[in-house]
Design a protein around this ligand. Structure first.
Ligand SMILES: [Zn+2]
Length: 479
């Protein structure tokens, strides 16, 4: 049997001094979207899932199709059976991240899921499909736009011509559109053409024009100038003039992204914030560390007590695999750069069980404890699968309350960019439905699974080819 799984796409650039330039070609793996979609559309259960709408009939938000991005999209307004593409981009390290070859073997990967699938089906790893794999050094050499170009070209053709499949002798046509691309902040800024370093950039947000100074004092989204596709286009065009370097810093933009060529897609609207990276790997460990340091300093708890209680705590059977690891005792000492290092799922468990672990040792009037409880309340709303309109409005209020309280209780610590992104959550729910519909938790699992299979092969030569074949092999077991 002849197997066809992806093809090599060329990345080309000129190298050498200007008078003696020569063309250099490199390749990366690309699996055309229409090939994957055609295979899937031959399955009756996939067609059924695509054709049956699951838009909520009440005013609650349950899925991405309840958000304004879907409801106001010109294609989905006229053809509710059109295929919704939700893409995902991230980089993965396939060898020892502390080793000397770590950056050399890093891979950039792109996946997609079908937004028409209900959320519980979208979260299954078998329903996350590979689009492309590239060695990260090649992205740095040729630029992100060169890597994204085949995907953009593919989306343009699918938006305009759709995809035709023969079912029981009849030809069925499906139009396709891109709803969102999910990524961590670094990845989203890289593919969107924004400044990638959040620590040094003047504008740190892809949703608004916030500066590092403004996020320290304003905690209400309406106080910020939101980015719009039209204004972004104007800012991007100013990068080619004489003041390009100055404008690049002023607007927080490095370049125009080719993603903006996709119809009804804009990098300022369709790259949603991800609660896994913002909250579970950002704000929660940041604030928990400050809380634990305070509690130790006041002698309410000791590092030893917390670790002992953590060890003996009876986690449920389904939670055992995500049981939080012991905390490094250096974390509890003030003025150090040590961070709480747990995976996102372990961090989530540690945060929700912290009141059961040490709540009895903390005085009732402890404001720092109250602040952390407020953060847990925000996280529980952010991680909800169904949200009503009143809760969306309430979320903005408690985010603002949380940030004001944080500045009051920890005046020497800064509001980090991930805390600012929380201001956009309410608007994001209205645009894309519950924040769990656009988090990257399951995509990260898929990426980890593939990098694990890559490590099994222990092959780093042409690692992008091995990874795409690994993905294909894994798919054989599930379809
Ligand atoms: Zn912002």
């Amino acid at each position: 049997m002849k197997l066809r799984w992806g093809h090599l796409t060329m990345l080309q650039s000129f190298q050498g001094p200007s008078e003696d330039r020569f063309l250099v070609s490199d390749t990366f793996q690309y699996i055309p979207l229409e090939d994957t979609l055609k295979c899937l559309l031959h399955l009756p259960e996939v067609r059924k899932e695509i054709e049956i709408s699951h838009v909520s009939r009440d005013s609650n938000y349950r899925d991405i199709c309840d958000g304004s991005v879907f409801k106001c999209h010109p294609l989905f307004m006229t053809q509710c059976k059109a295929i919704q593409i939700i893409a995902y981009f991230d980089e993965v390290e396939v060898c020892n991240p502390l080793g000397s070859s770590s950056k050399k073997h890093k891979l950039g990967c792109m996946f997609f899921t079908i937004g028409n699938f209900r959320p519980h089906l979208r979260s299954r790893l078998k329903n996350i499909f590979l689009i492309s794999v590239v060695r990260s050094p090649l992205v740095r050499k040729h630029g992100m736009n060169a890597f994204l170009q085949p995907f953009v070209k593919n989306m343009l053709s699918l938006c305009n011509d759709g995809i035709t499949v023969k079912v029981n002798g009849l030809e069925c046509q499906y139009k396709v559109a891109l709803l969102a691309i999910l990524a961590d902040n670094l990845g989203a800024h890289a593919i969107g053409g924004f400044k990638e370093s959040m620590s040094f950039a003047r504008r740190i947000c892809r949703s608004c024009m916030a500066t590092t100074e403004q996020i320290q004092r304003d905690f209400w989204e309406l106080n910020f100038v939101l980015r719009t596709p039209r204004e972004h286009e104007r800012q991007v065009s100013s990068l080619s003039g004489t003041d390009s370097a100055q404008n690049s810093i002023e607007y927080g933009i490095n370049r125009k992204s080719v993603l903006d060529d996709i119809p009804n897609f804009s990098v300022v609207k369709n790259l949603p914030h991800d609660i896994m990276h913002d909250l579970l790997e950002g704000v929660i460990p940041y604030e928990m560390k400050l809380l634990l340091q305070y509690l130790v300093e006041k002698k309410y708890i000791t590092a030893r007590t917390l670790n002992q209680r953590l060890k003996s705590f009876n986690f449920g059977y389904s939670e055992l695999s995500d049981k939080p690891s012991d905390l490094d005792e250096n974390i509890f000492k003030g003025n150090n750069d040590k961070k709480i290092r747990q995976s996102a799922s372990k961090m989530w468990l540690l945060a929700i069980y912290l009141p059961l672990l040490i709540g009895d040792l903390v005085p009732q009037d402890c404001e720092q404890w109250e602040l952390f409880s407020l953060l847990l309340k925000i996280t529980s709303i952010a991680a909800s699968w169904v949200i009503d309109r009143e809760t969306i409005a309430y979320l903005s209020v408690i985010v603002e309350e949380h940030h004001y309280m944080f500045k009051k209780l920890y005046p020497h610590f800064t509001i980090i960019p991930k805390m600012h992104y929380m201001l956009h959550y309410s608007k994001q729910i209205q645009a894309f439905g519950p924040l769990t519909c656009t988090w990257t938790m399951r995509h990260e699992s898929k990426l980890n699974l593939l990098s694990y299979s890559q490590n099994l092969f222990m092959v780093y030569f042409r690692s992008e080819s091995v990874l795409s074949i690994s993905h294909y092999t894994l798919c054989q077991f599930v379809y």
